[in-house]
Design a protein. Structure first.
Ligand code: SF4
Ligand code: SF4
Ligand code: FES
Ligand code: FES
Lengths: 901, 215
């Protein structure tokens, strides 16, 4: 058997699995149909060195490092094991003198032009070229000629640098760009010894996924700007965790040095991210390191925020909240935010708000979401089920902008041709070119469109009849997953929810949420929304159960984000006005689409508590500031779009006096005179498992079980029947050695999904599915949403579409040095014919009049838009304003007029 | 990035694309078309080709940079290639190249300041029996000595060879009318001419053989 490089992962466990037997180094081994020889050998515990082979991409066989001897009709010959399917009876030798000679030769050739950069190369210490040269190389080179030289490094994007002379032409990066991301902005140019990876002039590798190329490059040719020269791999310490930058829940290795985050790497999680990350998730860790974090409790004294002790801050917070309660009852307090919290933090804050204070005016969604009962009640699909469904209906924003890795998963499904995509949207998205039907609707028409699709109504005007017909055929497949989010933030979420509930009438339909905010699904599951209680139960159904446990629950349903802010701003009935706001890591003026409402609400509240880690308008307005620990600074759990509960790990000591959110909630309750009896995070989890029906059975032991490395989907149905853990791409960073150090090799296969038996029945080995033992039932079925009706408009007005862009003015980007420059401004996009009618063209200014405002912004032609529909993105500069200034949360659609200024 | 290729070139590009089941198969022919317009492959042209065949500009650049006959840097009106591969080298190719560099005042790969001549060192041009072999815009001009080379350059500069050697980028000047499928009559007559030439060569060979046999 070939000697493995130091620290190569231990032999995987499923070597006996397979469809047939072949001979490997004289011993029988099992192969699977269609499996590459290199992978079969790896399962059998024989590591074959490689550079170009990556298990998540198509084999190309270009580096020749994986040559092995395979006996064929004409005797044994050297063949690339990454490019040869294993077959029954195949005789393979991986350690013969002939193989050794080939490996020597390949490595000697690869090193001909490779510089002796190791001492100054970021990859040194975790470099597959170093490691495999040591393990398989000749040890000496016969080449004395001059190596090739290049200017070093050249930026291929704002985030990635390229040292061309280090490149070994494995094509992993170019294949990733073309095959996985679908953005071939890098390619080889030149030929022979002049070959180099290059971009087109003035067209940088601007993909949102560029950081993956850095991670999979087997040498130090590609480096990331935020990491370059900041650390040596052997000085790094790492833990496995989950990214909470968006709600996808990609598994990551979090690395730090001297209590500062240095790098985030993707871990291959079969059910979730397949090893990939988006650049925001990879690089937004800089916001955790940011110098201007809020690290001390502060109180406002004579109009000035002054640092103070925790006890004084908690005392003041409790006093202020009690005052508001005395004056206006519990409903005078509104709680906004919660998606940045762990499940434990979210649960305890929900308990504080609903059980201690008694207000149901709590909303983790900031006007950019959907009614909680709809999200929680509709039948669910996992990401894997969506990526393998016959038909996926996209009723959401542009996934590449909102949940980037979900975009990769669905893109792969569509490119493979296994899944038909049907898109319902007012504007095109990155997936539109791959759809089988694109149903472009005018904002406000989404419910009508859903009715037309289910055959319960006629099509709305302007929807393509052919596309509608083809969509209806696909929807009949009986295997339909609807990806449900917000196609436009300028359109009432209730309308989308109603449309979803109409689609719920289709046979065999399931839903995958596309709400994007960090741990929003955990926050909803923990009850941080009006009308729901922890564990996906309704206020009504779960009231008694939680009253027994907590002592009390809110007397009636509370307000959502828009309601809370409008009330605080002074609108509506006076006696139950919201006068005090608790902001849980939220920044209303940035997070809430209707910016004007956010500012009025914040300004109208007489008492504001900001529980936060970053400065901003919320802190500027707050009366009490409570510093919270950020992601990677506290342990806990998080729940992703499919309801998968996984552990987030603590890597850093929180800066200054910052506390984890659960601790803040627990202490504040104490200061408000009510001890929740919680003194550790584990105690919070135990309570969640005991009380929250959808989380029943997900004990700490379950989460720590080796088969639950990728988390478990709530409600918990049971341990998987088979859990093969295969180290995927063992040569990817964190590198051969660091994989061992980490004890957490990139891997696939420990999915915890119930497996259907031959009879189609789901095998449940343990777990209660969230029911029993007197627990209230989890929400199921449509919530019966009745969206406001949209009045038809006159022919002069335009309807506004507001989408999102990955790099926006949100806190994560604003506080990450490398990402901030990537925020671009967004013009108002208009159909070119409408521009002609106005007599203006791309780059000109236009005056936009809405019911309450008038602003002047630049325009750009967008032939992808329907007539009389205009579009832009939230939270990026837009003239002197942002799109949020045009949005009116109280109106179902935003109508506007365009005039030449 | 549309709008760089002229209407005529664009029409031919579309015709070419329609010949292939996959548009991207027309990538290299389209690069030649763009060179015919500009003499070299301008970035604007590559971007437009990318759009036409549905790939990224980086992929067009990647493919184009593989081929010696596609130029990503400006090229003079005349690309003069001197072969220094083995047969030509034995027959003075290297010396001719050296002479050419001196005479033109540019190294191999360079373009004269007047933008007329680009000098190129070439591998075997498949005309070894006329060593040292020289091509101008990929047309054979026969073996050259330093003296004949200088005269050739003077002719080129004065435009005296423009009849037989169109400016760089033009691969063929006589284009079959009516699109890409040739007129069957024309094909038939070409075939007849070829058959005739073949028969003549066979007869000549037979005669020569007969002559030898007779002596
Ligand atoms: S830059 Fe790295 S990943 Fe890309 S081809 Fe070169 S060695 Fe491979
Ligand atoms: S897709 Fe979301 S979870 Fe995954 S890396 Fe990006 S931000 Fe993180
Ligand atoms: S040729 Fe097999 S790994 Fe590169
Ligand atoms: S060696 Fe010069 S043409 Fe063949």
């Amino acid at each position: 058997m070939a000697e493995q490089p130091a620290g190569a992962p231990a032999a995987p466990t499923d070597a006996t699995e397979g469809d047939f037997t072949f001979t490997l180094n004289g011993r029988p081994a099992r192969g699977r149909k269609g499996e590459m020889l290199i992978a079969a050998a790896e399962r059998a515990g024989v590591f074959i060195p490689r550079f170009c082979y990556h298990p998540r991409m198509k084999s190309v066989g270009v580096c020749r490092m994986c040559l092995v001897e395979v006996t064929g009709p004409r005797g044994a010959a050297l063949q690339p094991s990454c490019y040869l399917e294993v077959t029954e009876g195949m005789e393979v030798v991986t350690d013969s003198p002939k193989v050794k000679k080939a490996q020597d030769g390949v490595l000697e050739f690869l090193l001909v032009n490779h510089p002796l950069d190791c001492p100054v190369c970021d990859k040194g210490g975790e470099c597959p070229l170093q490691d495999q040269t040591l393990a398989y190389g000749p040890g000496e080179s016969r080449f004395v000629e001059e190596k090739r030289h290049f200017e070093k490094p050249i930026p291929i994007s704002d985030l990635v640098l390229l040292d061309r002379e280090r490149c070994i032409q494995c094509s992993r990066c170019t294949r990733f760009a073309a095959e996985v991301a679908g953005e071939a902005q890098i390619d080889f140019s030149g030929r022979g010894e002049m070959i180099e990876v290059s971009t087109f002039p003035d067209e940088p590798f601007s993909s949102y996924f560029s950081g993956n190329t850095v991670q999979i490059c087997p040498v130090g040719a590609l480096t990331a700007v935020p990491y370059r020269f900041t650390a040596r791999p052997w000085d790094l310490d790492q833990v496995e965790s989950t990214c909470t930058t968006c709600a996808m829940g990609c598994r990551v290795a979090v690395q730090s040095s001297a209590n500062r985050l240095t790098r985030i790497l993707g871990i291959d999680s079969e059910p979730v991210n397949h090893g990939w990350l988006c650049d925001k998730g990879r690089f937004a860790f800089e916001s955790v390191n940011a110098e201007d974090r809020i690290t001390q409790p502060m109180v406002r004294r004579d109009g000035e925020l002054v640092p103070t002790t925790w006890s004084e801050a908690l005392d003041q917070a409790a006093a202020g909240l009690r005052r508001a309660m005395t004056d206006g009852g519990p409903e005078a307090i509104g709680v906004l935010g919660g998606a940045r919290l762990t499940n434990e933090g979210a649960y305890l804050w929900a308990r504080l708000a609903k059980g201690v204070i008694g207000t149901d005016s709590v909303d983790a969604q900031l006007g950019d979401g959907l009614p909680a009962e709809t999200v929680l009640g509709l039948p669910r699909a996992t990401i894997a089920e969506a990526a393998s469904a016959a038909t996926v209906v996209l009723l959401c924003g542009d996934l590449r902008e909102e949940l980037p890795v979900a975009f990769l998963r669905l893109r792969a499904a569509a490119v493979d041709g296994t899944t038909a995509l049907v898109e319902l949207a007012p504007q095109r998205s990155a997936l539109t070119p791959l759809t089988t039907s694109f149903l472009q609707y005018r904002p406000g028409d989404v419910v009508e469109l859903a009715r037309a699709l289910t055959g319960t109504g006629g099509p709305p005007q302007g929807v393509d009849a052919g596309a509608l017909e083809s969509a209806r055929q696909h929807l009949g497949s009986g295997d339909v997953v609807v990806v449900l989010g917000r196609p436009s933030l300028a359109e009432d979420g209730a309308m989308v929810a109603e449309a979803a509930e109409v689609l719920a009438g289709l046979p065999g339909v399931r839903f995958l949420s596309a709400l994007r905010r960090g741990n929003i699904h955990g926050a909803l599951d923990m009850g941080l929304a009006p009308g729901v209680l922890p564990g996906r139960v309704g206020l009504e159904e779960g009231g008694a159960w939680f009253e027994r446990a907590w002592g009390s629950v809110p007397a009636r349903r509370g307000r959502d984000c828009t309601g809370i802010l409008s009330s605080a701003a002074g609108a509506g009935d006076d006696e139950s006005r919201v006068t005090a706001l608790v902001l849980l890591g939220s920044e209303p003026s940035v997070d809430v689409p209707d910016r004007d409402l956010a500012r009025r609400g914040l300004g109208g509240a007489s008492f504001v508590v900001a529980v936060t880690s970053s400065p901003g308008e919320a802190v500027d307005r707050a009366d009490v500031v409570l510093p919270a620990a950020e992601a990677h600074e506290r342990p806990g759990t998080t729940t992703n779009i499919e309801g998968r509960v996984s552990r987030v790990a603590q890597k850093l000591v929180p800066p200054g006096q910052a506390w984890p959110d659960w601790m803040i909630a627990s202490e504040l309750a104490r200061y408000m005179g009510s001890d929740m009896g919680i003194d550790s995070m584990a105690a919070v989890w135990a309570e969640i498992e005991r009380l929250a029906p959808a989380y029943a059975g997900i004990t700490a032991d379950v989460l720590d079980a080796p088969w639950a490395r990728d988390g478990v989907v709530a409600p918990f149905a049971g341990a998987p029947v088979s859990q093969a853990a295969v180290p995927l791409d063992p040569i990817a960073v964190p590198g051969v050695e660091s994989v061992e150090r980490q004890g957490a090799p990139p891997r696939a296969g420990s999915a915890v999904t119930p497996t259907a038996g031959p009879d189609g029945q789901v095998t449940v080995e343990q777990g209660t599915g969230g029911q029993g033992e007197g627990r209230p039932p989890v929400l199921a079925g449509p919530a019966g949403i009745n969206a406001p009706h949209v009045a038809p408009t006159d022919s002069y007005s335009f309807r506004l579409v507001v989408g999102r862009t990955l790099y926006d003015g949100g806190t994560a980007v604003a506080m990450s040095e490398a990402l901030t420059p990537l925020v671009t401004s967004a013009p108002l996009r208009v159909n070119p014919h409408d521009l002609d009618d106005l007599g203006i063209t791309t780059g000109d200014l236009v005056r936009v009049r809405t019911a309450r405002d008038s602003v002047v912004v630049p325009v750009a032609a967008d032939p992808g838009l329907a007539r009389k529909v205009v579009a832009t993105e939230l939270n990026v500069p837009f003239g002197d304003v942002t799109a949020g200034d045009l949005i009116d949360a109280t109106s179902p659609v935003v109508e506007l007029r365009l005039e030449t200024p | 990035m549309s709008g760089h290729l002229g209407p005529d070139i664009l029409a031919r590009a579309r015709q070419l694309i329609s010949l292939y089941p996959e548009p991207r198969s027309a990538l290299v022919p389209l690069c030649h078309l763009a060179q015919e317009q500009d003499g070299w492959l301008r970035p604007e042209a590559m971007a437009e080709i990318a759009e036409l065949v549905g790939v990224t500009p980086a992929e067009v650049q990647g493919t184009a940079s593989f081929y010696d006959m596609l130029h990503l840097e400006p090229v003079g009106t005349y690309l003069v290639s001197i072969c220094t591969n083995i047969s030509c080298m034995l027959d003075g190719g290297l010396e001719l190249l050296e002479h050419a560099e001196e005479h033109l005042g540019v190294g191999a790969g360079g373009t004269t300041p007047d933008g007329k001549i680009t000098l190129e060192e070439a591998e075997c041009l498949a005309d070894c029996d006329h060593a040292p072999c020289v091509q101008v815009n990929h047309r054979y001009v026969g073996a050259q000595t330093p003296e004949t080379f200088d005269a050739l350059i003077e002719d080129l500069r004065a435009g005296r060879r423009s009849d037989e050697i169109p400016s760089h980028g033009t691969l063929i000047r006589v284009r079959r009318d009516g699109g890409l499928r040739a007129d069957p009559e024309q094909v038939a007559s070409e075939r007849a001419a070829m058959a005739e030439a073949k028969a003549r060569r066979a007869a000549e060979a037979a005669e020569a053989a007969g002559g030898e046999g007779g002596s």
